[in-house]
Design a protein around this ligand. Structure first.
Ligand code: NDP
Length: 519
């Protein structure tokens, strides 16, 4: 392509076509306005594995605006062509590459080498963006995606502001921040102050891609678009709630990050707290970003602080040792490349917490997450109380299972209700039965948006519903920071034990009962 030529138009939005029956398509929201997506840290892992493939898939499905530019920005001294080749290879690795779709998207990819800490870098970027606006019709709308290590966020936000790139007027300017949002309450506040030097809260999008998963969004619809659940959704009928996010993979090549993070910062401060809030929140008065985020913040405000001297009562921490995965020997955490041989970083946690409000008083919420576990599983189980008087106890004994509502987020995308039913035959025998609704099977061949596609689209549309608001970030850090401090103060009195578990197992024996509650 010659340097000054404009690339061809992006094909029309296939998703915008009305579905059979004539109603508006519910697969995609309206097409966003023209814009430029700037990916800082464009040479990195997240850009290659998530952001570029998500943009490409949105493009393939006609969901991107007609006027679009994607600008990679990082220190690596690449040309536009080198960045395009990097992106092409990333898509090839992901098994996504379609030559025609790529040929239409590639000319819209550009690269700007830049040192994040150098204000001059953002000034040069601003000039490049102006030039692309004029050439590609991107309307002066800019989305700045910070896919760099978090240590760079504050400098970048300041330099963008100093270069005038945070100003809105001609078009929007939005900044997208990936977790972690700080590593404790103090650093989260410092990061927020740096972001707010030039960006207003409405311009800041703090991503939690978990929230963009189809089933996670379904939790709200299940609860608030169906009348049957609400009367049962409280301490009178619910005995306990368990939210689990289990991974089979170990830390792999991300030890540099994980050693400083551990499971509590990596999973609990963000994803697990979001799952908790979706189950525990009150119905919002309206389905809009602020109303929904208000209700989540109220849940975090109601969390009962841990007793730091009795952490073992409510928290099981673990670290995987050597074991087996997929039939082969798997290393322990301390044998992974980049991990200290005496590391005490937890790779597993099972936490019991309490929401001190009218609805949930006395109902334990169990959050479980870990690496190198037996199965990859993300699931929420709402366990209801047992029947108050069992007519069948004298015939069947005591063992009559309680009803459970099971929300499967991965694998599958399903809601199931476990009930007791009669086993056919002359004798009175009960058997557990499951009523299951499988979203994927019910809606095939409709294609749900992948989580990163959804968050990118929402950023372009300016919809903050699925993003963290700073007050909630601070409330969660306020809840977890005392626990982290106690866990990390070496040999501190009352610090919870670090239990070992074999890679490929279900985690430490001390949390087995909680894990069994998932099945
Ligand atoms: P990387 O470590 O791959 O870094 C991204 C890019 O940032 C690198 O290619 C490099 O580009 C630049 N960079 C790396 N180290 C430094 C440094 N010390 N100082 C300045 N620049 C540096 O990160 P990821 O892509 O894995 O993650 C990006 C962000 O997204 C992080 O905040 C991470 O926590 C978050 N995240 C990542 C996930 C993932 O799956 N990878 C999942 C969820 C969140 P160059 O040298 O060219 O400037």
């Amino acid at each position: 392509m010659s340097p000054g030529a404009a690339p061809g138009p992006v094909p029309p939005a296939a998703f915008e076509a009305a579905p059979p029956g004539g109603g508006p398509s519910c697969l995609l929201p309206p097409r966003p306005a023209p814009c430029t997506v700037v990916i800082f840290g464009a040479s990195g892992d997240l850009a290659a594995r998530m952001i570029l493939p998500a943009l490409y898939d949105l493009h393939r499905h006609g969901a991107l605006p007609g006027g679009l530019a994607v600008v990679g920005a990082a220190r690596t001294p690449w040309s536009d062509e080198a960045f395009r080749e990097h992106a092409r290879r990333a898509l090839e690795r992901a098994g996504r590459l379609d030559q025609d779709a790529w040929a239409a998207l590639a000319p819209r990819l550009f690269y700007q080498p830049l040192d994040y800490a150098d204000p001059g870098g953002c000034a040069a970027l601003a000039a490049r963006l102006d030039e692309l606006d004029a050439r590609l019709g991107t309307g002066g709308n800019r989305l700045f995606y910070l896919a760099t290590p978090p240590t760079v966020y504050a400098d970048l936000a300041r330099n963008l502001g100093a270069a005038g790139l945070a100003r809105q007027g001609r078009g929007f300017s939005r900044i997208v921040v990936e977790k972690p949002f700080g590593r404790d309450l103090g650093s989260a506040r410092a990061l927020d102050a740096a972001l707010h030097e030039h960006f207003a809260e409405q311009q800041i999008f703090r991503i939690d891609h978990y929230l963009a998963k189809e089933t996670v969004q379904n939790i709200l619809l299940l609860r608030f678009a169906n009348a049957v659940f609400e009367p049962l959704w409280n301490r009178r009928y619910v005995e306990s709630v368990t939210c689990a996010a289990m991974e089979t993979l170990g830390v792999g090549h991300r030890a540099g990050y994980y050693e400083h993070s551990g499971v509590l910062r990596d999973m609990f401060q963000n994803h697990m707290m979001q799952l908790l809030a979706l189950v525990a929140m009150e119905p919002p008065p309206a389905f809009d970003a602020e109303a929904v985020r208000d209700e989540k913040a109220k849940v975090y405000r109601a969390l009962r602080p841990f007793d730091p001297d009795r952490l073992d009562a409510d928290l099981v921490l673990g670290q995987y040792g050597p074991g087996a995965a997929g039939g082969a020997a798997a290393p322990g955490y301390r044998q992974e490349p980049g991990v200290a041989p005496d590391s005490t970083t937890p790779t597993f946690a099972a936490m019991r917490l309490w929401v001190d409000n009218w609805r949930w008083q006395g109902v334990p919420f169990h959050l479980v997450s870990g690496k190198a576990l037996r199965e990859k599983l993300t699931r929420i189980v709402v366990r209801f109380r047992e029947v108050p008087h069992s007519l069948f106890r004298h015939i069947l004994g005591e063992d009559i299972g309680a009803n459970r509502l099971i929300l499967d987020i991965h694998p599958g995308n399903a809601v199931s209700l476990a009930v007791q039913a009669k086993l056919p035959g002359a004798r009175l025998c009960l058997q557990p039965a499951t009523m299951r609704f499988d979203f994927d099977a019910a809606h095939a061949p409709a294609r749900a948006l992948d989580a990163y596609e959804k968050v990118l689209l929402d950023c372009m549309l300016g919809d903050q519903m699925l993003f963290w608001r700073q007050d909630a970030v601070e409330q969660c850090w306020g809840f977890l920071t005392p626990v982290l401090e106690r866990c990390e103060a070496c040999g501190a009195q009352g610090a919870p034990a670090l239990h070992g578990y074999a890679a490929g197992s279900w985690g430490p024996a001390a949390s087995l009962e909680t894990v069994q509650g998932l099945f």
